[in-house]
Design a protein around this ligand. Structure first.
Ligand code: MTE
Length: 330
């Protein structure tokens, strides 16, 4: 799709092409959908009225972790805006395994959450296959209020529940040569039919450096709004890396591999000129097809300025001080 270089928030919602419409047309035209699929990541243009219409977004009733919630809030992380209404944050989603529209709540309910094993492997002293409930028992659980900024220019503010990624790193005991963590989403085309499509590089993969993973801000999410996270938001385990564009926050993680090779992420595989490894938020560095200077909070029509590192510079800017030759902001 060629989107004329209008700024993202200037595109009237009714003019934006729904991703699946664009995507199917592109596939038809080119026979290879890789570029089109990457272009489809700008999908923030769906009618917000539709956000409020969707079905129930409650977490699974049979979740054995339900009794653990709510977790104590960590007061270190505060917001400069209101928390996004739960109905919006849980019904306006990006989850390409279940479709390329923002309304995948119903489709995502097909994902079984138990048993859910997480493999922790690669360059670690303690490789593990651990059930999500056992993992949670070993982690210090807490709630954090975080901003979330999608590369598509929409944003939200969410009370996530979970634990610091650095605690999992401690548990795994990385070997001396480990430099990166590679996160892999489940692979089950029977429940996530989009995973049968050959033009996406399934499974969804993301990566961070070991230094980023041990930064205080890096968080593994098990819940939101004081309850287990609903399936469409990435249950039972997803990342929250609030200083990076939202595509870095991989959902439904089944494997975490410690490695010395920089992981190539899902969107980077599709379109490396638009989506990179670092993907730190920066209002001054435009996406090749739209500005990143402003954003639109779910539930609001008012554009507001985007902040460098999404406002988390005090926590993370130091990570990048010696990396000026890297493409840190795409
Ligand atoms: N993880 C997986 N496995 N599949 C996806 O399609 N989309 C990413 C990220 N994690 C995605 C994913 C993108 S682009 C964003 S903005 C966030 O999830 C959206 O999270 P939310 O639906 O909870 O708002």
């Amino acid at each position: 799709m060629f989107i004329k270089t209008k700024r993202g928030w200037e595109i009237p919602e009714r003019e934006a092409t729904p991703e699946h419409v664009f995507f199917n047309r592109r596939r038809f035209l080119t026979g290879t959908a890789a570029i089109g699929a990457a272009a489809a990541l700008i999908g923030c243009g769906e009618d917000k009225v539709a956000q409020a219409e969707a079905e129930s977004a409650a977490p699974a009733a049979d979740d054995p972790s339900a009794g653990l919630y709510p977790f104590k809030r960590n007061a270190t992380y505060t917001l400069d805006r209101d928390v996004t209404a739960e109905e919006l944050a849980t019904r306006y989603n990006n989850y390409y395994e279940f479709g390329s529209s923002k309304r995948i709540v119903e489709e995502a309910q097909a994902l079984p959450l138990r048993p859910w094993m997480v493999a922790i492997d690669g360059m670690v002293a303690r490789p593990l296959q651990i059930g999500i409930d056992d993992l949670m028992k070993q982690m210090p659980l807490e709630e954090r209020l975080y901003r979330h900024r999608c590369v598509e220019t929409w944003s939200m503010a969410v009370p996530w529940s979970g634990f610091a990624l650095k605690e999992l790193v401690k548990l795994a005991e990385p070997q001396a040569g480990a430099k990166y963590l590679r996160f892999e989403t489940f692979m089950n085309p029977e429940v996530a039919p989009e995973q049968k499509t050959p033009w996406y590089p399934w499974p969804y993969v993301e990566g961070v450096t070991l230094e980023e993973a041990t930064n205080d801000l890096a968080f593994l999410v098990t819940g939101m709004y004081g309850k287990p996270a609903p399936k469409q938001n990435g249950a039972p385990l997803r990342l929250a890396l609030p200083w990076k564009y939202g595509f870095k926050s991989a959902k439904a993680i089944a494997r975490i591999t410690f490695t010395d090779a920089r992981p190539v992420n899902f969107w980077q595989t599709l379109q490396a000129s638009e989506y990179g490894f670092w993907a730190n938020v920066n209002p001054e560095v435009a996406h090749p097809r739209w500005s990143q200077a402003q954003e639109r909070l779910l539930g609001s029509d008012e554009p507001r300025p985007t902040l460098l590192y999404n406002g988390y510079g005090e926590f993370v800017a130091g990570l990048y001080a010696n990396l000026q030759d890297e493409k840190l902001f795409m």
